[in-house]
Write a protein that binds this ligand. Structure first.
Ligand SMILES: Cc1cc2nc3c(=O)[nH]c(=O)nc-3n(C[C@H](O)[C@H](O)[C@H](O)COP(=O)(O)OP(=O)(O)OC[C@H]3O[C@@H](n4cnc5c(N)ncnc54)[C@H](O)[C@@H]3O)c2cc1C
Length: 301
């Protein structure tokens, strides 16, 4: 029986695990990888490393420690978490059952992909999934945002304050009647291409153009300096769906101490209902979840 199982090895899960080790809990991190989405880095000729806040120093430090402490990690996907009285069972993809007194879910999100030719090839080479991280670097550039939901509209609005030109490519005929949409429609440097879909991404070393399908079915090319796929972030929360409360986007609802609706289950990072998907936020939330779980466990240790 573990005191604590941390699910996920990204910034939130790594930090939570190291905090739990320092507190001398009997902790196990179960994850598909170490590092999570910190492996992504947008490459473009004019982007210098120092211009982007990546938070890698602390993440890499914790990652190296866990690479060394092999007793504290188990590399496998988790399928489900179930209750076992006051405790929990973590069910792994290979059929393993790990018993624990408390759980921290730190499984992040996955980006909805376009699934078109060229997307994989140019991923992070001019084609990116996090305008939140990179938008300020596009001064006087031409940019494209793909998507029609809040995430895309917010990304386009931020880029519109910096870039020379922003195209929004969206499959829908009408955008919602929101303040963000009114801002975009009023901005002189934004063109919304409604009822358009992306058919292909083309380029050389970097993505250079999108092939778009127009409402009538004709194809056209759209060139830009960068392309942001902002269709949706899907929280990896299925393993506790039905067990804890999720918000309307599927993120695990947490209070300001990282507690979910079920005592003993905590959540941190992008999978939790906090604000903004960033490495340093996930690191902070991971630390908080571990300390909160420690306080929950203290009477039971
Ligand atoms: C393209 C891109 C670029 C970005 N650039 C930046 C940047 O420059 N700066 C910045 O601050 N932020 C950036 N971000 C955001 C940042 O990467 C995330 O906010 C951060 O990684 C979230 O950390 P996390 O630990 O919550 O989740 P993640 O990093 O997503 O880690 C989730 C972990 O859970 C594991 N996992 C998932 N499902 C399961 C399962 N079923 N079983 C077991 N393990 C599972 C994964 O393998 C992974 O280890 C970027 C995001 C993207 C997509």
């Amino acid at each position: 029986m573990y005191d604590l199982i941390v699910i996920g090895g990204g910034p939130a899960g790594l930090t939570a695990t190291i905090y739990a080790i320092r507190k001398r809990l009997n902790v196990l991190m179960v994850s598909k990888d170490l590092g999570g989405k910190t492996q992504y880095k947008l490459s473009l000729p004019w982007i210098q490393d120092y211009q982007v806040i990546r938070g890698l120093e602390i993440v890499n430090k914790f990652k190296s420690e866990l690479e060394y402490l092999d007793f504290a990690r188990h590399m496998e996907a988790v399928e489900k978490v179930t209750r076992d009285g006051a405790d929990f069972i973590v069910h792994t993809a290979g059929g393993g059952e790990l018993k624990t007194k408390a759980v921290i879910i730190a499984t992040g999100t996955k980006q909805l992909r376009m699934k078109v030719p060229g997307e994989k090839e140019f991923m992070m080479k001019g084609l990116c999934y996090s305008a939140l991280s990179y938008a300020p670097l596009f001064i006087d550039r031409t940019t494209v945002v793909i998507g029609d939901r809040e995430l895309a509209l917010r990304s386009a609005a931020e880029l519109a304050t910096i870039a020379e030109k922003v195209y929004v490519v969206c499959p829908v005929k009408n955008l919602p009647d929101s303040e963000m949409c009114h801002k975009l429609e009023a901005a002189g440097n934004v063109t919304v291409l409604k009822d358009h879909s992306v058919v292909e991404v083309k380029g050389d070393e970097f993505a250079r153009t999108l092939i778009l399908k127009e409402p009538g079915g004709a194809l056209k090319e759209l060139a830009a300096d960068a392309f942001f796929v902002e269709m949706a972030l899907i929280p990896n929360s299925q393993m506790v769906a039905g067990l804890v409360d999720l918000d309307e986007e599927g993120r695990i609802k947490v209070d300001c101490s990282a507690r979910s609706s079920v005592p003993g289950i905590f959540a941190a990072g992008d999978v939790a209902s906090g604000f903004a998907e960033q490495v340093l936020i996930a690191v902070g939330e991971g630390a908080k979840a571990a300390l909160s779980a420690y306080d929950y466990l203290l009477p039971r240790l």
